[in-house]
Design a protein around this ligand. Structure first.
Ligand code: FAD
Length: 325
């Protein structure tokens, strides 16, 4: 591991002046990347002892500090009662030990699990811009089918972020100059385009201080994760679905997809096709077909184009009482 300077946020370390600095949350992803020399920061600023570790209700919304662990967030009574999709998503991720260490902020900004990103002998535009993408014609079973570019087909690996996107959560940040930003969770990450090395829209030194969960989330919520093992496995495809059914019509329909894109994918075309309509299996499938109209497989991951709609249709049927299969 390359030597680095260590400091703590409470010492007011300003990361804006350090071109290659990183905040340190639970370290469950960043430290691994440093051991592999994939991330080589000059400075680590530990944010875990600077507060930001509470969950509180304010004006109806729920504010989650960025240092709340994945375990504590999943188990909190408010989250379990009103944001069960988030609790379920968190509990489907990693393992108990990892969730105890992993933080809310760090979970958002964990990096892709594309094997070519981790293998420093392989070409990867995300790790080394301009080097190429060995995943494109390689083992790409886990890779993107939506929003990818010729430069990168990696997917974002977080389960939590998919649920946050579907809940219309807002990420709260602070820049080094002290100014604050509110970023919709669905807009925090970016598509690869010609800069796949950039995962998100945060500026150098911008700190995630917390997340705001909306006051009135939809009542019907579910998270489902299709994966190769029941534990210790990232999503092949996952979905977070939330909606209300009022007077026989679907309202506030929100669908987030994981394992399909460089960012948690809001299925906005499908949402629009379902909004205000009566639950109906054929309509569910039609809506998801529309969502998948631009999906592209890369060989090993072609199956995701049919798997993702099936997962969502099954969940919508279950949530609206039409049965499960
Ligand atoms: C074996 C294994 C299996 C896993 N399985 C899953 C899974 O199934 N699903 C899943 O979703 N995840 C999974 N994970 C990933 C795990 O959830 C992440 O490693 C964890 O959430 C990262 O949180 P952290 O606090 O440890 O982040 P760190 O490793 O500390 O940081 C990650 C990134 O976030 C940045 N960062 C951290 N905090 C802040 C902040 N407050 N503001 C700005 N930047 C910040 C860091 O600089 C770094 O770039 C797995 C991990 C492992 C090792």
């Amino acid at each position: 591991m390359k030597p680095f300077e260590y400091d703590r946020l409470e010492n007011s370390h300003d990361l804006s002046a350090v071109a290659n600095g990183r905040y340190l949350g639970g370290g469950t992803n960043l430290i691994d990347l440093m051991k592999h020399q994939i991330e080589t920061p000059d400075v680590l600023v530990d944010v875990t002892r600077a507060g930001m570790d509470t969950i509180e209700q304010r004006d109806g919304a729920v504010l989650v500090g960025s240092q709340v662990s994945n375990t504590d967030l999943a188990a909190h009574p408010l989250i379990r009662k009103h944001y069960s999709v988030l609790s379920t998503a968190l509990l489907s991720g990693a393992t108990q030990q990892l969730r105890n260490k992993a933080t809310t902020g760090g979970n958002f900004l964990q990096r892709t699990r594309c094997q070519y990103f981790y293998d420093t002998k392989r070409a990867c535009n995300k790790r080394q811009p301009g080097s190429g993408c060995d995943a494109m014609n390689g083992l790409n079973r886990f890779h993107a089918i939506l929003g990818e570019s010729e430069n990168c087909i990696a997917v974002h690996p977080s389960d939590m972020a998919v649920a946050m996107a579907a809940l219309d959560a807002v990420v709260l940040t602070r820049k080094p100059d002290g100014s604050e930003r509110r970023i919709p969770a669905a807009d925090l990450h970016r598509l690869p385009g010609d800069r796949p090395d950039l995962d998100h829209v945060l500026e150098q030194g911008e700190l995630i201080v917390g997340v705001e969960l909306p006051e009135k989330p939809p009542k019907l919520q579910a998270y489902r994760k299709v994966r190769d093992r029941s534990s210790y496995a990232f999503a092949v495809v996952s979905a977070a679905v939330a909606l209300d059914v009022e007077d026989g019509q679907m309202r506030n329909v929100r669908i987030g997809l994981g394992g399909v894109a460089h960012k948690p994918w809001r299925a906005s075309k499908a949402e629009a096709a379902l909004e205000g309509k009566a639950p109906d299996t054929a309509l569910f499938m039609q809506a998801m077909r529309e969502e998948m109209a631009d999906a592209t497989g890369h060989g090993h991951n072609d199956f995701k184009i049919t798997l993702a709609p099936r997962v969502v249709v099954s969940m919508l049927k279950q949530l609206t009482g039409l049965g499960e299969n």
